[in-house]
Design a protein around this ligand. Structure first.
Ligand code: GN1
Ligand code: MG
Length: 367
């Protein structure tokens, strides 16, 4: 779509000021994101084309996001914070809808752009990881009393049983004929299947509680301020009722990785225990007295669970012919899966130490 069309599109929303420029922003794997620059005294905005192959109910999703933001905004205001910086603001269309559906059927949404923030792809220091942990701990705490119903924006998002159903179907279909060359990688998944199902059974049986969680807490979904504190948690497309483990696990997957998510140089990839300890410390400083024993017991495991799931999801997308994640080269999903597998192995090797760190940190903060 050419920029002029995007300007016209943004004009369907109740934005302030004159739109000067609309330009692509970042390289998200799922949605298409643009920055909307306006005349100087008005806010800038984020425009997103929501991927409705992945999110089948965009109206339901936008309703979730708006409800969650309203809930958080009230608390930010009550605490004397800045509601335009500490929580996302959804900008409705001029006729009051939370999204705009264009003539091609694409869904678009606008939020206020938060200036002067920093986003990271990896934590540089334990101090940053600690602050990230505090941020997600607080985010969960802010939503602890959220009572409105939320739609499940992606069915069974981190439910490994649902992922196995998809996985079995992908392997059986083998639509682009890649299964034969992947016996080693497929074995990575199959050999750990039972362990993952055992965890999920505890969720299904109600032993592990369901709370409102973010479900995509990778570090670049968080905006930090210049002091290194978490300012605002963004990318709320997947906020849903789920176990807290999803948020802890996905954060550990990204904050502690010494390499990149798709690193081709596997020697660079592994878990940094100082980063793990720092994130755990920040997170439990907020949540230690809220979490149940079983939630604490499975925190370290959740990093393994979510990283395993990510190995599976990247590999499954490669098997499916790269339909889900945007890729930068034909082997990208396979490279991502291999790099995440290296991280998984490193977590498995360090698992006992991770459990010990969680236990000691919980004891430090438990009242
Ligand atoms: C996607 O949307 P984004 O880029 O923050 C994905 C996550 C994956 C992540 C892998 C809705 O996150 O689940 O963990 O890529 N989001 C969705 O980096 O599938
Ligand atoms: Mg994101």
């Amino acid at each position: 779509m050419i920029p002029q069309d995007l300007k016209t599109l943004v004009n369907n929303f109740a934005v302030e000021g004159k739109i000067e420029k609309v330009a692509p922003l970042g390289d998200g794997f799922i949605n298409d994101t643009f920055i909307v620059r306006t005349s100087s005294d008005s806010p800038d905005y984020i425009l997103q084309r929501k991927n409705n192959y992945i999110f089948p109910d965009v109206p339901g999703m936008m309703d979730n996001i708006d409800k969650v933001c309203c809930h958080i905004r009230k608390k930010v205001i009550a605490a004397g914070g800045d509601p335009l910086r500490e929580v996302m603001t959804v900008v409705p269309t001029k006729d009051g809808k939370l999204y705009f559906k264009d003539e091609t059927g694409s869904y678009w949404a606008v939020t206020v752009f938060i200036r002067d923030t920093i986003a990271y792809n990896r934590a540089d220091t334990p101090e940053l990881a600690r602050k990230g942990g505090i941020g997600i701990g607080k985010f969960q705490a802010l939503l602890a009393d959220f009572s409105g119903p939320l739609v499940e924006t992606i069915k069974g998002f981190h439910n490994i049983s649902v992922r196995f159903d998809q996985w079995d179907a992908s392997i059986a279909a083998d639509t682009v004929g890649r299964v034969a060359e992947l016996s080693e990688e497929i074995c990575w998944i199959e050999s750990r299947r039972k362990k993952m199902e055992d965890y999920r059974r505890m969720v299904d049986e109600g032993l592990i509680p369901i709370r409102v969680t973010h479900n995509d807490t990778k570090i670049n979904n968080i905006l930090f301020d210049h002091k290194g504190d978490v300012l605002c948690v963004i990318d709320l497309d997947t906020v849903m009722p789920a176990p807290v483990h999803n948020d802890f696990g996905d954060a550990i997957r990204t904050y502690t990785n010494t390499g990149d998510e798709d690193d081709k140089c596997l020697d660079r990839v592994g878990i940094s225990l100082p980063m793990f300890e720092a994130y755990t410390d920040g997170y439990l400083s907020q949540q230690a007295s809220v979490l149940t024993e079983i939630e604490l017991e499975y925190l370290a495991f959740s990093a393994i669970y979510i990283t395993y799931e990510q190995v599976l999801r990247f590999l499954m997308d490669y098997i499916d012919g790269d339909k889900y994640y945007k890729i930068k080269n034909p082997l990208h999903n396979l490279e991502r899966s291999r790099a995440q597998y290296k991280l998984l192995q490193s977590m498995e090797e360090n698992y006992d130490r991770m459990c010990e760190i969680v236990k000691n940190t919980a004891a430090k903060y438990k009242k």
